[in-house]
Write a protein that binds this ligand. Sequence first.
Ligand code: ADP
Length: 157
Amino acid sequence: MKKIALYPGTFDPITLGHVDIAQRATQLFDEVIVAIAANPSKQPLFDLDNRIALAESALAGLPRVRVCGFSNLLIQFAQTQHACCIVRGLRAVTDFDYEFQLAGMNRQLAPDLETVFLTPSSDYAYLSSSLVKEIAAHGGDISAFVPNNVARALAVL
Ligand code: ADP
């Protein structure tokens, strides 16, 4: 049986931290699905189709990674994709409370679905999509933090 992992998030937009986690996940799983949540309540800067297109292009070099959008419950989407695991990234202690709560709730709802936490390269440990958007909005250089296609998309906003 192929081991499929789901790496869910808002990816608004995808950063090099996300790419780093997806790449690490491919070392543990046969296939990694980057699952982009519609998440309208978060009022994303990029709509779902754009977030998918940016992620597809940024992840094109990783052949066992594919990108999907979803708008239903995460555990339901994981089941339809036959995923055995959820992958989440942990940057600092500040991520821990929320991630621990999310993993616990998902375990209550789907006991067989494991959550695996991966840490990024220290280059990306402080990086978030929100900070990237803020820096870009003020004309700062974000080229060290995002794939080139994302930097171009943020530059024309
Ligand atoms: P969400 O809205 O679900 O938090 P994000 O797109 O912000 O969606 O993040 C998706 C996942 O990627 C989360 O587990 C988050 O902790 C992780 N992540 C985000 N940025 C980084 C980074 N720079 N390094 C490692 N993991 C990250």
